[in-house]
Design a protein around this ligand. Structure first.
Ligand code: ADP
Length: 488
């Protein structure tokens, strides 16, 4: 759930709790006040009546009984007051004329409570009206002789309270809706700059534009501070990124320059060593120096120098290719006809140093297939895999096959060589990485597959590797291709 929604929800819940508390308190306060006023009036009136009650003691042979003369109720009666006198044995003796044919309610419980000298209020129905009745017991010498009941209609109080309840409910609901909508709008407005921060961060994450800053024209509150901190952070990242870019650029330039500078002396060394070897061989053919005991040793040392110079040349060339790749070297791309390119590679591969048999499989899938790319690099790509096949296959064969799926061609280079441990596979495309199996067995730079990976990336291709230690390796190269419709 978004902060915006959570904020609004919290705000609405707090508002709802406050409004309900206020409404309930208001309702009960008003109800208490209205009923207290009514009760007060009933009690006052009842006490007035009690004061006016006259009685006479009548002595009979059986005992004393009281002749009660209640006041005339119509004198006390008002439009909203109903009066009634009940004798101690529960008989209505007198009532005000506005009660007409009705009586105020009472039952045995009323008599019992009165006998216990409890005066109390009771609410009930008289015909259609709701009445509040005050029951006031009347004693003479501790003997209950009657009950004064004074009632008043409370319909108006009840209906006022009901309408108040309804109004509070509707007003509350309306206020909740307005407050929630307004709260949502407010939360959106307040959090809008955060959205801008997120947008800017997303844009920076997607692209490389570190120049971008968040625009904020509001006050320097929490959001203003956050925006400023974020912008400062971006500036720092930009400076660091530019420094790194610069250092990386210098490093690339250094590798590229060093490789370039090393090429010329290496070529000279190789040329001179070759020349020396030739001169030596000619001299030995003419029978010169044959008596020298160090002749054989010197010849071997020269061959070592020649081999190492060759290896260094390869290394320098590979480094140069990768340095150019790192510098973002743009390829000149054209539609390369794959069938003839692969045939040419197969022909030239026969001359590579090898112990394994070189087998060209079924290449019919390449008929009419074109790859957009560089002819030289595509050839180099295939040679890297084929040369590796020969290098790591002491006997058996290295085979090239071609397949086609959808809009891709697959070139499969399979060998029956030393294979690799499965855990090494993810690393063999890293620079200078050489799998354990090949170390010590063959000479290599560990750069061939890094170059192959770069060439594949440039052509939108991919590679799959299947390998078993001691049994061989298969590289499957996939390249996106277009196909010319073959005319029969
Ligand atoms: P290298 O110059 O060592 O051949 P590569 O980058 O061409 O460098 O290859 C990296 C490593 O991958 C090699 O050192 C070798 O361990 C492994 N490898 C590549 N091709 C094969 C293969 N056909 N059979 C076995 N191992 C291979």
């Amino acid at each position: 759930m978004s902060i915006r929604l959570r904020l609004t929800l919290w705000y609405s819940i707090i508002l709802a709790v406050m409004m309900s508390t206020f409404s309930v308190a208001l309702y009960f306060l008003l109800s208490f006040n209205l009923y207290s006023t009514a009760e007060e009036e009933l009690k006052t009136q009842s006490n007035e009546i009690v004061k006016e009650i006259r009685y006479a003691e009548v002595e009979t042979g059986k005992g004393t009984y009281y002749n009660i003369i209640p006041p005339r109720f119509n004198l006390f009666q008002s439009s909203n007051l109903y009066l009634q006198w009940i004798s101690a044995d529960g008989e209505v003796k007198q009532k005000s004329s506005n009660l007409v044919s009705y009586s105020l309610f009472w039952d045995q419980n009323t008599i019992n409570k009165s006998k216990a000298n409890i005066d109390y209020y009771e609410k009930g129905k008289v015909a259609d009206a709701t009445m509040l009745v005050y029951n006031n017991p009347f004693f003479i010498n501790d003997t209950l002789v009657g009950i004064v009941q004074v009632g008043t209609r409370v319909d108006t109080i009840d209906s006022s309270l009901n309408s108040l309840k309804l109004s509070l409910l509707f007003i509350g609901l309306a206020m909740m809706i307005i407050a929630t909508t307004f709260g949502l709008f407010l939360a959106r407005k307040v959090l809008q700059p955060i959205d801008r921060v997120i947008d800017a961060a997303n844009q920076i994450e997607r692209g490389t534009d570190l120049d971008k800053r968040i625009e904020y024209y509001g006050p320097k509150d929490e959001i203003g501070q956050l925006t400023e901190t974020f912008n400062n952070l971006l500036s720092r990242i930009q400076v660091m990124y530019n420094d790194m870019e610069e250092a990386y650029r210098k490093q690339r330039r250094f590798v590229s320059d060093a490789s370039h500078e090393l090429r010329t002396p290496l070529t000279t060394i190789r040329g001179n060593v070759d020349l020396l070897e030739k001169v030596w061989n000619q001299s030995s053919a003419l029978g010169e120096y044959t008596s020298s005991p160090n002749r054989q040793l010197s010849l071997e040392a020269m061959r070592d120098i020649s081999d190492e110079a060759q290896r260094m040349s390869r290394l320098v060339n590979d480094l140069l290719v990768l340095a150019r790749a790192d510098a973002g070297h743009e390829l000149y791309k054209e539609a390369v006809e794959m069938s003839s390119l692969v045939e040419e590679v197969i022909r030239r591969a026969h001359f590579l140093p090898r112990h394994a048999e070189w087998v060209a499989g079924n290449l019919s899938a390449l008929q009419g297939a074109y790859v957009m790319g560089s002819k030289d690099l595509l050839q180099q790509l295939l040679f890297i895999f084929i040369e590796n096949g020969f290098k790591y296959t002491p006997d058996g064969y290295v085979k090239l096959d071609a397949v086609r799926t959808g809009r891709q061609i697959g070139l499969c280079i399979e060998d029956t060589g030393i294979g690799m441990d499965k855990e090494e596979v993810p690393h063999i495309f890293e620079r200078f990485y050489r799998a354990d199996e090949s170390r010590g067995i063959t000479l290599g730079t560990g750069l061939g597959l890094s170059i192959a990976k770069w060439i594949l990336d440039q052509h939108g291709g991919s590679v799959e590797v299947r390998t078993t230690t001691g049994k061989g390796t298969t590289f499957m190269i996939w390249l996106p291709a277009s196909f010319q419709v073959e005319v029969e």
